[in-house]
Design a protein around this ligand. Sequence first.
Ligand code: ADP
Length: 398
Amino acid sequence: MKLLVINAGSSSVKFQVFEMINDLVLVSGLIEKIGEETSEIKFELENSGKNNSVRVVEPIKNHKEALQKVAGILLDKENQIIEKKEEIKAVGHRVVHGGEKFKETAIINDEVKEMINELSSLAPLHNPPNLQGIVVATEVFPQAKQVAVFDTAFHQTMPAKAYRYAIPNKFYEEFGIRAYGMHGTSHRYVTKETAKFLKSDKLKLITIHLGNGCSMAAVRDGKCVDTTMGLTPLAGLVMGTRGGDIDPGVLIHLGKKYNLSVSEIDKILNKESGLKGLTGLNDMRDVLELKEKGDVKAKLALDVYTYRIKKYIGSYAAILGGLDAIVFTAGVGENSAYVREASCEGLEFLGISIDPSKNDKRAKGIRVISEDENRVKILVIPTNEELEIARQTFSIVQ
Ligand code: ADP
């Protein structure tokens, strides 16, 4: 069965087509700068045996035109993906916020669309373009089932004591103010890969997703019991441009003392903090390079970044009542031996100890980097959110 996976942003659409028999990617691409004169279409044909990358610059007015372009790429005889649209049996959509309504992947109907729209108040930057992607995909691929895979769904198994904030009840009851967590598709994917790799569903697990955004999850027997992000993706770990946990009093202080507006504080927290706030650079590779040159600010930024991860490892080991495995994933987690080492350093008393020679080795695929004799397996697992969306979509439409 062939499936299309769509991740629609405000001015971009990412897409991949999977042949689900063997999880094969037939094409993956990105349309950017939608609405501008210089929109960019990039895609790679992955089944052709040759390195087939295409890049075209041309104006694309809106998301509907973008999806029509995608359909054109899939139907192009030269690309050998599909001969007619009906071969795409389903379209799996990444949807950022499913609130408390969506605990699982859902087949999209009018009611689901309405709910995704209502949840826009919790994810104003993401849910509206995600919904737009759904609407236009339904028009362009009317014969395909449309499926929504929610970033928050994996975290819906958290108990109330983990997701409730200790603020007046009415804010939860009237406005749904609670922790929801993000990156759920990635945490779910690496959780399942870990279970397969360690041949057990009964694991106490900490998954650590370190990309531009960063989050951790505590997982018991495949189910999330806590996560670091909250109502929004600002909570928890230090990230590229977000600082994670902060005393909320700081925000009141900034507002009162420096007369900053809510939108100015929003900008500081979302765009100017994290690695960027501490070093001026948001890309981990650049920060690591600066640290190598002896830069004191870069060293401090990495200390704050990895100290926060370590603090959550300890706290999640406590709430899980023990630990079987830790998983590092996403851009930083998969690639930075330094960050992994510094985050786990000094945790031998918990059975956590990295083998430096395994940690330093570059490799593709799943690998173990813990010392053999140690209790807790430490794994590096490349995440694949698109494949997880495809698998979720496949299992619900079957
Ligand atoms: P996104 O969250 O946008 O999906 P990624 O998972 O690709 O992003 O992660 C991006 C982050 O990964 C960036 O901070 C980048 O610097 C970092 N990264 C990528 N490769 C390396 C590397 N070799 N060493 C350290 N960090 C890396």
